[in-house]
Design a protein around this ligand. Structure first.
Ligand code: ADP
Length: 220
């Protein structure tokens, strides 16, 4: 891949492993992994009205209003580390967000991780996460130290939106609002769309991504 300023999006249904793969790509390409879910969960920890409002949406598996996510992403993309490029996970999720993003950033690659809803739901049970959005699975991808994140040492927890009802709602929004954006980006010649099979274990999925992206790790 062109080493200069890769600006990636990663799409995939809940449980497809997009957060995990985004983390690996971020490391290889030395670009920040920006997870909108993680940004929102961080704000949730505050003792504020906004935190309560966000919790209302998250626990139901609904999208928080675009007005807020658009503001948050604009602020994050202004930070100096994004000058090297970035990988966005969980943004954009609908047409309004995609159009907002297009005003400031030309996306270069859209990675789509494909997985059936059934398989994704299986993986979401027993998923653990830290406050920075690094995720693990009790059986498929356990942390090295029980209960703590390998990357930053933060405690791991189960997400409050990992209930059957919220998962159903999140999947429905993915199919109805996010998936159609693949066509939106297909119409943009500057965006390369890469399809990935999300079924194999994490290292194999990453290998397929590496092969298709031709990631050159500067450190190696
Ligand atoms: P997942 O993609 O598995 O549903 P995330 O951690 O990415 O999990 O997002 C969790 C929740 O955060 C979403 O269900 C939604 O409530 C909120 N959220 C995340 N990204 C966005 C976004 N771009 N727009 C609106 N709400 C969002």
């Amino acid at each position: 891949m062109k080493a200069s300023k890769p600006r990636l999006l990663i799409f995939g249904p809940q449980g497809s492993g997009k957060g995990t793969q985004a983390q690996l790509i971020s490391k290889s390409l030395h670009i920040p992994h920006i997870s909108m879910g993680a940004i929102l969960r961080k704000i949730q920890n505050d003792d504020s009205r906004l935190a309560k409002d966000i919790t209302h949406y998250l626990d139901r598996g609904e999208l928080v209003p675009d007005e807020l996510t658009n503001k948050l992403i604009a602020v994050r993309l202004e930070k100096p580390d994004c000058k090297a490029g970035f990988i966005l996970d969980g943004y954009p999720r609908n047409k309004n967000q995609a159009e907002f993003l297009s005003k400031t950033s030309q996306i270069t690659i859209l990675l789509v991780i494909n997985l059936s809803d059934e398989e994704g739901v299986k993986r979401l049970s027993d998923r653990l996460m830290c406050d920075n959005g690094h995720s693990y699975h009790l059986h498929f991808a356990p942390p090295q130290k029980n209960g703590f994140c390998d990357v930053d040492g933060l405690p791991l927890f189960r997400r409050s939106d990992e209930t059957a009802q919220a998962i159903k709602q999140r999947l429905s929004i993915y199919h109805q609002e996010t998936e159609p954006l693949i066509d939106y980006y297909r119409r943009q010649p500057a965006v390369q769309i890469i399809d990935i099979d999300g079924n194999p274990p994490i290292p194999q999925v990453y290998q397929e991504i590496e092969k298709k992206l031709v990631i050159h790790d500067k450190a190696s």
